[in-house]
Write a protein of this length. Structure first.
Lengths: 111, 121
């Protein structure tokens, strides 16, 4: 079982719709969870971090964490073509210093 | 916000030569720096973790004598790819972790550099 699993996609949504990206992780001791966006040929940029169960909202983005189910998701409301990118879920296994990344989900927002 | 500067952004070198990549935290002290490698259409793979003033910890399968990491100060870490070969061609990205912002540890996260595209010919 991979430490961090994501559906590779591509996930296609129409402009203005809600995009839902999912991630599961295997280490129950993980404490910090991050969503990064990566455009082709660029380095990842942080979108959201979440540490507690529940929802965390920042603009059009909402991160949801359920530690009991070992599941973290990212919702993007009013999706725009500029949101088209690969979204990486990252977790710090064992509550340590390192991040483990999923393979990423490619999102395509279509006009 | 936290900014990490990485140079060069792109480098082409001949097989057998060495290449140095620099990573600087501009507005915070990076207690830990991470070096990743990313091959096309793959995710980030952690190569090593370095703490200021101490030796880097390498991930399994990463040759420490080939990928030399120096973290001499709280704002600078370097990765040197020694005797580079075409299979070392990849996207190398650094990430720094520290505390920044007013109040200290309220924003304690990971910030990535812009990456270095290495091509070995």
């Amino acid at each position: 079982q991979k430490e961090v699993e994501q559906n590779s996609g591509p996930l296609s949504v129409p402009e203005g719709a809600i995009a839902s990206l999912n991630c599961t992780y295997s280490d129950r001791v993980s404490q910090s969870f991050f969503w990064y966006r990566q455009y082709s040929g660029k380095s990842p940029e942080l979108i959201m971090s979440i540490y507690s169960n529940g929802d965390k909202e920042d603009g059009r983005f909402t991160a949801q964490l359920n530690k009991a189910s070992q599941y973290v998701s990212l919702l993007i409301r009013d999706s725009q073509p500029s949101d088209s990118a690969t979204y990486l879920c990252a977790v710090n296994p064992g509550g340590g210093n390192k991040l483990t990344f999923g393979t990423g989900t490619q999102l395509k927002v279509e006009l | 916000g936290a900014v990490v500067s990485q140079h060069p952004s792109r480098v082409i070198c001949k097989s057998g030569t060495s290449v140095k990549i620099e990573c600087r935290s501009l507005d915070f002290q990076a207690t830990t720096m991470f070096w990743y490698r990313q091959f096309p259409k793959q995710s980030l793979m952690l190569m090593a973790t370095s703490n200021e003033g101490s030796k880097a910890t390498y991930e399994q399968g990463v040759e420490k004598d080939k990928f030399l990491i120096n973290h001499a100060s709280l704002t600078l870490s370097t990765l040197t790819v020694t005797s580079a070969h075409p299979e070392d061609s990849s996207f190398y990205i650094c990430s720094a972790r520290g505390a920044w912002g007013e109040g200290g540890a309220s924003n304690y996260g990971y910030t990535f550099g812009s990456g270095t595209r290495l091509t070995v010919v």
